[in-house]
Design a binder for this molecule. Structure first.
Ligand code: PBG
Length: 327
């Protein structure tokens, strides 16, 4: 038998494999989502996310300093607020001295080079647990009425020192509306990373446990995308490009690698993906049972995002991966 092509020649030893490798993962690609709460010297583990905590601000700062020393460039922050601060209009999100704003200021003064990314949506502040305003009579999520609150929230975060604003709410027209509001307040250098293709996903469950932010009634299907759709992601992409997004995101990551791929073929903007809470939880749970090896599964999953076309990954594995990459 004459066998001229032998693909296995390129896999012969580790040096050859390294030479041939098409994509690689570095600490530069990783963004750490972190949860902050009121209190002092306190941290509460999130039951469904082993190794992830809600931190009081002092302990959050310590964690961020550690991440900084590991070479991590960016954190994405989420506030866990007391129920009594929540109302139907998300009023607390506009409070310049609120927990979230104080957190951003302190992080930036401790680690000026650490990029602070925020989440823009009503849910952590909303007594309804929805990302937009709810019409109390019909239950409809009001689009245009929500934009003003989102823009106010974004400006408040930028005033506190946020570098990258991350609208995760999926209201129509929010990117342009927020861009105009930021520019109007002289925040022209503050970036927007749009949650462009955010699917209505069961994988957000553990995150909603962490923030106690699950919708009080109904679901998020009138604003988050139907998991069956991919052309629709390209329509969202075109809108976000036209409205001035700097980075576009696909969320969740693992079940939507095809969406990352098709977006990367249709834009020159950088693509982010969010390896969400449920994706983390399922690997951790299987690893705890001894059914999967955590580290190699983690690296295989994180590399798949790079291979699909993402240039940055929001992942709860950031610290674990950074430690392994540095050692
Ligand atoms: C809220 C928001 C959610 C996540 C990030 N921002 C939850 C939701 O839309 O209900 C989920 C992240 C995760 O699961 O890790 N706007």
């Amino acid at each position: 038998m004459k066998q001229r092509s032998r693909p296995r020649r390129n896999r012969m030893n580790s040096s050859m494999r390294a030479l041939i490798q098409e994509t690689s993962l570095s600490v530069n690609d990783l963004i750490a989502p972190l949860f902050v709460m009121e209190g002092e010297n306190e941290k509460v583990e999130i039951t469904s996310m082993p190794g992830q905590f809600r931190y009081s601000l002092d302990l959050l700062l310590k964690k961020i300093k550690e991440l900084d020393n590991l070479g991590v460039n960016c954190v994405s922050l989420f506030p866990a607020l007391d129920d009594k601060l929540k109302d139907s209009c998300a009023t607390e999100s506009m409070n310049p001295d609120g927990l979230f704003q104080r957190t951003i200021k302190e992080v930036k003064s401790l680690c000026p080079n650490m990029l602070v990314m925020t989440d823009v949506a009503l849910d952590p502040y909303s007594s309804d647990g929805h990302d937009g305003l709810v019409n109390p009579k019909t239950g409809e999520i009001l689009n245009d009425e929500t934009l003003e609150i989102l823009a106010g929230m974004a400006v408040n975060q930028a005033n506190a020192g946020a570098d990258i604003i991350g609208p995760s709410d999926m209201m129509d027209g929010r990117i342009g509306y927020i861009r105009d509001a930021l520019d109007g307040e002289n925040h022209k250098n503050v970036s927007i990373m749009s949650y462009t293709a955010k699917y209505c996903s069961a994988f957000y469950g553990p995150f909603r446990d962490a923030l106690e932010s699950a919708p009080k009634s109904g679901d998020k299907k009138t604003y988050q995308m139907n998991p069956g759709n991919i052309d629709e992601a390209l329509r969202e992409l075109k809108l976000d490009e036209a409205e001035g997004a700097d980075i576009v995101m696909v969320k969740p990551g693992l079940p939507y690698l095809d969406v990352i791929k098709v977006m990367s073929q249709n834009t020159t903007l950088p693509i982010a993906t969010y390896n969400v809470s449920g994706e983390y939880a399922m690997i951790k749970a299987a690893a705890e049972k001894g059914w999967l090896d955590c580290e190699s599964t983690m690296f295989e999953v994180l590399s798949s995002f790079k291979r699909a076309g993402a240039s940055m990954i929001l992942t709860y594995f950031t610290e674990e991966a950074a430690r392994a990459l540095n050692s």
